[in-house]
Design a protein around this ligand. Sequence first.
Ligand SMILES: Cc1ncc(COP(=O)(O)O)c(C=O)c1O
Ligand SMILES: N[C@@H](CCOP(=O)(O)O)C(=O)O
Length: 531
Amino acid sequence: MAASSLFQPSPSSLNPRPKSLRTNPKINCRASPIVACASSTFDPSLTDSSPNLSPAVAKHRRPAEENIREEARRHRLSAAETHNFSAKYVPFNAGPDSTESYSLDEIVYRSRSGGLLDVQHDMDALKKFDGAYWRALFDSRVGKTTWPYGSGVWSKKEWVLPEIDSDDIVSAFEGNSNLFWAERFGKQFMGMNDLWVKHCGISHTGSFKDLGMTVLVSQVNRLRKMKRPVVGVGCASTGDTSAALSAYCAAAGIPSIVFLPANRISIAQLVQPIANGAFVLSIDTDFDGCMKLIREVTSELPIYLANSLNSLRLEGQKTAAIEILQQFDWEVPDWVIVPGGNLGNIYAFYKGFKMCQELGLVDRIPRLVCAQAANANPLYMYYKSGWNEFKPVKASSTFASAIQIGDPVSIDRAVFALKNSNGIVEEATEEELMDAMAQADSTGMFICPHTGVALTALIKLRNSGVIGPMDRTVVVSTAHGLKFTQSKVDYHSKVIPDMACRFANPPVDVKADFGAVMDVLKKYLLNRTSE
Ligand SMILES: Cc1ncc(COP(=O)(O)O)c(C=O)c1O
Ligand SMILES: N[C@@H](CCOP(=O)(O)O)C(=O)O
């Protein structure tokens, strides 16, 4: 069966459902006019899979011949239809007088003046519901398989792409990633007791890019159904964007085209688009060179641009911020530290937090820190100049290869996010980021080098006293450590030139002989007891 057919409706969707399951009698409109009435009309998860349902009813919630997409189709009374939630493209950070805007169904990546775009939601429509309502709605959808709300992104659909039909959504139920209490790392290395790591890399393709790509590919799916000229979707990538793009496109049967800088991404990342059937171009340039080429190509050919220059991506990525608040039971952490490359994600986090504040879910936002590799640090240099002068840099090779970017497309977005969150920019040398990664791994994590960059920023800000021992701090881990095993092998083998590899833990070669094994074990145990 073609992968795309998995996402197609089938005639059985028209089968009626047992009457007793159509509504949840426990939701009483009169009890709470806003929450209950609204939820009973637009939110399937509150009507059909409400926590109030008895276990017996919940068990038989869907006839066997019906799949979850078909089930969702029966609940067509969506938020957008009922409440007219909507969103459009506007020039990023446009003044109040700007009237320029575009439908999300248009294929447009830049404003008339050549600036960035932003997805602007109809906040007045969203504000018709209070913070308590949104918190309850989002909370009610966690941990379910209701299409599409089982996804951490689509559980916030009204704030992401309110007008898309659930039928058009391409999702791997991404998001809902774990927020790991870094108890031992926090205590042992930082003197902190409230340190958390948001593991966005524990995801379908192993990075946070899944959050944005489900949104972008879903919108492309919709455009193609509308017969818009989109033959395929393309991106430049340092590895993670291409992995996510190719997986979501493959799931929907949409061609994907990826431009990769030759010999600059890990094998684990390279094999992902190859395995998912993308058209892979390995180009003899760096990421910035690939980015320039894909922008030129997508302006000539009917290939839709999937990099974060396309603001749709950030609508998905911002849900990680909302999720962090939700995981803290809507308490706001003091700090959130994000590694930055092309700089879309730092703005996505800002936007997620800001929407929660504006819509009354929380009363403030955290301070943001963007962490860069010293070998690819244009934002850091800009920050250090007092935001005086931005100069792209020629990014040098870094173990944090996914952020080896010298001319980030979202520089304006990042500066906006940092200025409006009392933010800070830090940098990490190669040795610092590799040591931080090894230290974290030694406490039970298995993080990527980019998360090592973010942890270095934390270490520096803790050492300088900017971040206090009691501050609730979240470090965003952006990719799975398994994508970067070679750098870990090199570190633990102590083969990296000019690096002490202080926390290396190389394997011990030993003969297949009882005495020899006992000797090394005794030595090891002696060392451990004297520690
Ligand atoms: C693993 C990883 N971490 C961090 C980043 C930085 O994200 P952004 O480009 O949105 O700044 C990227 C991609 O650039 C990445 O792939
Ligand atoms: N790290 C990214 C670089 C491109 O970033 P994007 O968010 O603009 O797509 C990658 O994995 O390719």
